[in-house]
Design a protein around this ligand. Structure first.
Ligand code: NAD
Length: 326
């Protein structure tokens, strides 16, 4: 296998940590990003590495993408417009996540690359079959609710990936990441509740909890997401498979706020503000429980999460405190 990878979305949260890890393991890494959400500061340590090249490119620019794909062993396709709220526009999500994925797959077909496609636990939607298993049915909401555009675009990406796998023999691995975070997470809503809560608690601001906060999530540290991705890259048994990657510890949103407050060292009282779901999401029904079944990841890749949620929060707070103005 060629030890050269092209990472789309390299300046984002997962992409930047993954690039560091692959360079450390001796890979040659070409990273592309249009910097719409990611930032160059995230790949600071890579930019000076002899085996790293960065190109500011939009994945919708197929002519450039196909030139950059030459001599690449694997394309790890992370670039995406992530979940949106009802106030946002959904076209970028739909176009970047579908057309961009098609461009990546065409590039891989042209040069004989393997593709790792970053999908999401959002595709399980409201499935009640817990823990969420790769073979399970998916339960999505109505098209009139924009929030579903992200899950639908990723699901289309999965189907398209398998079509290229079956029809053109492109080696494909689909990873369904469950929520992850790191000090490089976006501290906006799309980065998930943990970074937002950390920032609010450190600034002694109100922690905004959607609904009653009893909805649960299974959040993992980025190093576990990166570890699972590297295992999928290096293990041929993963080809043709959908694999959940993340952490299966389950904690309610409310308990997570209390845990962060406790870890941060409660100089102030925890200020919680409960906002009705309908005010935030309109008619979108929030997912009440989201837990991955990681048995397939363990069986095929030997993957298990290594960082406990509490330690992940501790590490993130420590890093955030080093740059209080960020
Ligand atoms: N972080 C999570 O918890 C999580 C969970 C499930 C799935 N995922 C998936 O994993 C992937 C990476 O997630 P992340 O958290 O690092 O997201 P991120 O937003 O931090 O990174 C995505 C990167 O893609 C770039 N990008 C967006 N549109 C682009 C375009 N048109 N051309 C080039 N670059 C573009 C952004 O600038 C950003 O740097 C995404 O596909 C996401 O859907 C992430």
């Amino acid at each position: 296998m060629k030890k050269s990878v092209l990472i789309t979305g390299v300046a984002g949260m997962i992409g930047s940590h993954l690039a560091e890890e692959l360079l450390h393991k001796g890979y040659t890494v070409t990273g592309i990003d249009d910097l719409s959400y990611g930032a160059l500061v995230n790949i600071d340590s890579c930019l000076t590495h002899a085996n790293f090249r960065f190109y500011r490119v939009n994945i919708l620019d197929f002519d450039t993408l196909k030139i950059l794909g030459k001599d690449t062993g694997t394309i790890i396709h992370l670039a995406a417009v992530k979940k949106i709220s009802e106030k946002d526009i959904s076209l970028p999500t739909l176009l970047v996540n579908t057309k961009g994925t098609e461009n990546v797959l065409e590039t891989a077909k042209m040069w004989g690359c393997k593709v790792i496609f970053a999908s999401t636990s959002d595709v399980y939607g409201m499935s009640p079959d817990l823990p969420l298993n790769e073979d399970g049915d998916l339960l999505l909401g109505p098209s009139l609710i924009k929030r579903w555009s992200y899950a639908v675009s990723k699901l289309y990406g999965e189907q398209l990936s398998f079509a290229y796998h079956h029809d053109y023999k492109v080696p494909i691995v689909v990873i369904r990441y469950f929520g992850g975070f790191s000090p490089r997470s976006s501290f906006a809503w799309s980065g998930g509740h943990i970074p937002i809560f950390i920032r609010a608690i450190l600034r002694n601001e109100e922690v905004i909890v959607h609904g009653d906060g009893l909805q649960t999530r299974s959040m993992g540290f980025v190093s576990d997401l990166v570890h699972g991705t590297v295992l999928a890259l290096e293990n041929e048994k993963a080809v043709g498979e959908i694999i959940n990657i993340g952490n299966d510890e389950e904690l309610s949103v409310l308990e997570t706020a209390k845990l962060i407050h406790r870890i941060a060292g409660p100089a102030h009282e925890l200020k919680l503000k409960f906002v009705p779901m309908s005010e935030v999401f309109g008619k979108y029904k929030d997912i009440l429980r989201r837990i991955p079944d990681l048995s397939k990841a363990k069986r095929i890749l030997g993957y298990s999460p290594r960082v406990k949620l509490e330690d992940a929060i501790r590490l993130t707070i420590k890093e955030v405190l080093k740059h209080p103005s960020a």
